[in-house]
Design a protein around this ligand. Structure first.
Ligand code: ADP
Ligand code: ZN
Ligand code: ZN
Length: 761
């Protein structure tokens, strides 16, 4: 057989280039032993040297002009199971494998840089030496007799496997001396590890005593543990009301995974908002928790990555990108607040971390736990189909009652003493009462679709961004940037999609009227109104403009230490903070989110309302929630007020089924943009035409081409084509047709396919 003779050993390599496929290289005899999936290799593309990652190795007929691999890099290698997962992600999202692989590689890949610039140097030394700390672990020697205190230290170390001495010292005063004696007796041994350098680990945390679980927690945990032990790939929906103790179930599940020698990934919507959660993980598992967050330096990320690969750390917590953490022997993936839209990446590889976490766990025969008080309709539907097992925590863990939620119908109730319609008399009185009792208030302003804008009162012209076709947002105080010279209280107008900023014009550019006025109400304005109405209250604001990363925690810490009486904020205040002295939550504009042109608008509005209501009454005092709305009959608001999650899910699923929206169909959005409007439009039309050819065979709806709801961003004109189908395979055929067109578009047009889109604007 001649074909046998020309077969040779080939490596399919993912390269950092935006091409969907991998590239095949010949494996030279000298490298045959070292080339394996996950290994990084030096190769050439054109005349360039690049570092790629081996996806697979096979025997086969080499493609014409196949080049040999130049070398295999030492140091970083992706675990093979992670490589298979990445291939599946790339296939599912029709994304270039090179870009997907990059999501999983640590940054600051000095080895790769060095290899590319000076290909003879394959040093793996990693620059500065990190600080070392002393750890202690037990040995296999059995003691004859030890004193009581010594025995408890010994038992503690044995129970934890290994831990830093400082932690032992925090638990038992004078533990160092005890450890020294035990080391001399051969019962303990010492070793060094790199110290974590990280803001999340700045403060020491005392170990906690796990609370006695409630019956519901026990049942949920037993189901998860059973699946972990039997290694039957299972996804659970942990549906628990806010404060029901979902986190306690996660902690127990992680402990069970550890016992089985398995690692865990925990995904949270926004790591900067969850220092409390991280604290609880450290209190249970010590500092052997990798927290992956944006404040880490490249070097710290790299260190963390290596510790995960080596299995020194077996729990990784982070936002969506932690999905790609190289956890060794992964057995459990937990997604907290699984309904949160931030799990969807909206640029580059547009993956959904919740969906892919199910896949990642499944591929390992592991367990995936999706936790939420307000499950997404996707997950709820999967549980109804029996593909996801639902576990329920129906009550708050510490026997607190759920807060009482009351509606304030703004059509009937007028403004309070401030005269501001958005601060009704009832809400004003409730704030007064709460402050008088020395308790705290959270006011939630939904800013989606409700930013303060500038409008001409004569002709109605709305000030909008010349580059993005969206309304500009008014900002009163503004730190630095180009428009810092704004005069007095007039402030500036800013685009939230690009960096455009401008002063408020004295006259309307359209009709020259001087009646240019502010419209709407932002968090800044509300903060100011409250300051005037309650001069003795300490008011703070939490939104994207004031708080990023560590600042968020500073604001929350001040609320916790009761230096703040009223916290005003956007979506950020709805997240899972546990603030025990907050007894009043006011929702300023419950219906704002409902006007967004998105089939998930009701779902998002409902989730936000339930989440923010859950912030009230988490301590001993009973909580109260006031919801201001112009549309109290809307089902999203009515069900939220009654805490009726099952009722909402039932109703919303019915609506979705009627209109064949997800989860009853699947969608893919082809996005096109260009500086050249005609070119973008033409491309969108071609895409739609190609998709319609597939649609002719049935079971595929093609909507568009249409101008995107936000028609222009940074001067690029945006068009889109929506594909919708009840059949996954038919949708895929449509996408492949679209992809074919996209690969032939002119360079001036940017195009991307968004599979299972979340953000539709
Ligand atoms: P969730 O994540 O569901 O919002 P948490 O896990 O934050 O709820 O729990 C809410 C509060 O109840 C926390 O303060 C937690 O320490 C406490 N808690 C959880 N489980 C128990 C339990 N079994 N017994 C007593 N307190 C508990
Ligand atoms: Zn005008
Ligand atoms: Zn703009």
């Amino acid at each position: 057989m001649t074909s046998q003779q020309i077969e040779s050993r080939l490596a399919d390599v993912a390269l950092p280039v935006p091409v969907e496929r991998s590239f095949s290289y010949l494996v030279p005899e000298s490298l045959a032993g070292a080339v394996a999936p996950g290994r990084r290799v030096l190769c050439t593309i054109g005349v360039r040297r690049v570092v790629g990652v081996v996806i697979s190795v096979r025997q086969g007929e080499p493609p014409p002009r196949a080049k040999p691999l130049l070398d295999v890099l030492e140091g970083i290698a992706l675990p093979p199971d992670l490589v298979s997962f990445l291939s599946r992600v790339a296939a599912y999202y029709l994304a270039p494998i090179g870009e997907v692989v990059r999501l999983a590689l640590p940054p600051a890949d000095r080895d790769a840089e060095r290899a590319v610039s000076t290909p003879t140097l394959f040093s793996t030394t990693k620059g500065v030496a990190p600080r070392k700390i002393q750890w202690v672990t037990s040995t296999s020697i059995v003691e004859s007799s030890v004193k009581a205190k010594t025995a408890s230290v010994l038992a503690y170390v044995r129970a934890h496997g290994a831990l830093p001495i400082s932690r032992l010292e925090a638990q038992f005063g004078g533990a160092r001396a005890t450890v020294r004696r035990l080391v001399e007796q051969g019962l303990l041994s010492l070793f060094e590890r790199e110290a974590p350098r990280d803001p999340f680990f700045a403060e020491p945390v005392a170990m906690d005593e796990p609370p006695e679980p409630t019956r519901a927690q026990c049942e949920a945990f037993a189901a998860i543990e059973g699946a972990l032990t039997s290694k039957v790939a299972t996804t659970f929906l942990l549906h628990g009301v806010t404060g029901s103790g979902k986190t306690e179930v996660y902690l127990r599940a992680i402990a069970a995974a550890k016992k089985l020698g398995c690692g865990t990934i925990v995904l949270v919507p926004e790591i900067a908002l969850t220092p409390q959660l991280v604290g609880r993980f450290r209190a249970r598992f010590g500092d052997d928790v990798a927290v992956l967050h944006s404040a880490l330096t490249a070097r710290e990320r790299f260190d963390m990555w290596m510790r995960l690969v080596r299995g020194e750390v077996d729990v990784a917590i982070g936002a969506r990108s932690a999905l790609f953490a190289p956890i060794a022997n992964l057995g459990l993936v937990i997604v907290d607040e699984e309904h949160d839209p931030s799990f969807k990446q909206e640029e580059g590889v547009r993956y959904h971390a919740r969906d892919m976490s199910m896949l990642r766990a499944h591929m390992r025969g592991g367990v995936c736990v999706l936790g939420s008080a307000t499950p997404s309709l996707e997950t709820e539907q999967l549980s109804r189909l029996g593909k996801v097992k639902k576990l329920t925590l129906p009550d708050r863990a510490r026997a607190q009652e759920m807060p009482k939620v009351e509606i304030i119908d703004l059509r009937a109730i007028g403004p309070g003493p401030t005269g501001d319609r958005k601060l009704s008399l009832l809400l004003h009185r409730a704030i007064e009462e709460t402050l008088a009792k020395n308790e705290q208030v959270i006011l939630f302003l939904n800013r989606r679709g409700f930013a303060p804008s500038v409008r001409c009162e004569s002709c109605g012209e709305l000030a909008s961004c010349p580059q993005c076709s969206v309304a500009l947002t008014f900002h009163k105080r503004f730190g630095g940037r180009s428009a810092g010279d704004a005069v007095g209280p007039s402030g500036i107008m800013r685009c939230h999609w690009c960096d455009y900023a401008a002063k408020i014009p004295p006259r309307c550019p359209k009709c020259s009227s001087d009646r240019v006025a502010l419209e709407g109400l932002g968090t800044e304005k509300l903060e100011e109104t409250l300051g005037e109405a309650f001069p003795r209250a300490r008011v703070a604001r939490l939104d994207r403009d004031v708080a990023r990363g560590k600042d968020i925690e500073k604001v929350l810490a001040r609320v916790r230490s009761r230096e703040i009486d009223i916290l005003v904020g956007t979506q950020m205040v709805t997240k899972g903070h546990d603030l025990p002295h907050v007894t009043l939550v006011g929702v300023i504009n419950a219906d704002a989110a409902l006007s967004i042109p998105d089939f998930r608008a009701s779902e998002r509005a409902f989730q936000l309302l339930v989440q923010v209501a859950g912030r009230a009454g988490r301590g001993d005092a009973k909580g109260r929630v006031l919801v201001q709305t112009y549309d109290p009959e809307h089902h999203a608001i009515a069900f939220a007020v009654r805490h009726d999650v099952p009722g909402f899910l039932e109703r919303e699923l019915k609506d979705r089924r009627e209109l064949l929206y997800p989860p009853f169909s699947r969608m893919a959005l082809a996005r096109v943009d260009s500086l050249d409007e005609a070119a973008a439009q033409k491309a969108a039309a071609e895409i739609a035409r190609a998709a319609r050819v597939v649609a002719r065979e049935g079971s595929l709806d093609v909507l568009g081409p249409a101008v995107a709801p936000i028609a222009k961003v940074r001067n690029r004109f945006r068009f889109r084509v929506m594909l919708k189908s009840v059949s996954r395979s038919r949708l895929r055929q449509g996408m492949l047709a679209v992809q074919g067109v996209m690969s032939r578009l002119p360079r001036t047009v940017r195009a991307a396919i968004d599979v299972d889109p979340v953000g539709l604007l």
